[in-house]
Design a protein. Structure first.
Length: 152
């Protein structure tokens, strides 16, 4: 029976919970290419190495192993006059640095609070689930799959 190793296409059910057991996310089905391609959390990928279809998993993730530590430097108080006129709570604004996106958390009389932390930053999580199917891909097929992922 095949086991998960580099360039295995993995289909699984996964549930993310906080430490108290509150469900954060429960997927219908998640597919990813195994092999260090940063498609899932590294600690979870390490745990799945060598498993086969039908196996289950349960992995505790620290904030650093999941969505990162909460970073106060990513929370800004900006003057409303320096922001677009149509901002609203929940709006996303591109930061000056590549890849940084701020979410408007609150709007006051003259200021808005912007936060670029992931909404789950700073929260320890537990990932659990079941491997549904696995398919070993040839290196060429894996490369094609990864190329397709980067097209916009």
């Amino acid at each position: 029976m095949d086991k998960i190793k580099k360039n295995t296409l993995v289909s699984m059910l996964i549930k993310l919970e906080d430490e108290e057991g509150n469900i954060i996310d429960e997927s219908e089905e998640l597919m990813y290419l195994h092999g260090g391609y940063n498609q899932i959390f590294q600690k979870l990928e390490d745990e799945l190495e060598g498993k086969k279809a039908g196996d289950t998993f349960h992995v505790a993730l620290t904030p650093a192993e999941a969505f990162g530590e909460y970073d106060e430097t990513l929370v800004l108080k900006e003057l409303l006059k320096d922001l677009p006129d149509d901002i609203h709570v929940g709006a996303e604004l591109d930061g000056e640095e590549e890849g940084i996106v701020y979410v408007v958390e609150s709007i006051e009389k003259k200021h808005a609070i912007l936060n670029a932390n992931h909404e789950l930053a700073g929260i320890p999580l537990v990932a659990s689930g079941k491997i549904l199917e696995i398919e070993q891909l040839l290196d060429k097929a894996a490369e094609e799959l990864l190329k397709g992922e980067h097209r916009h």
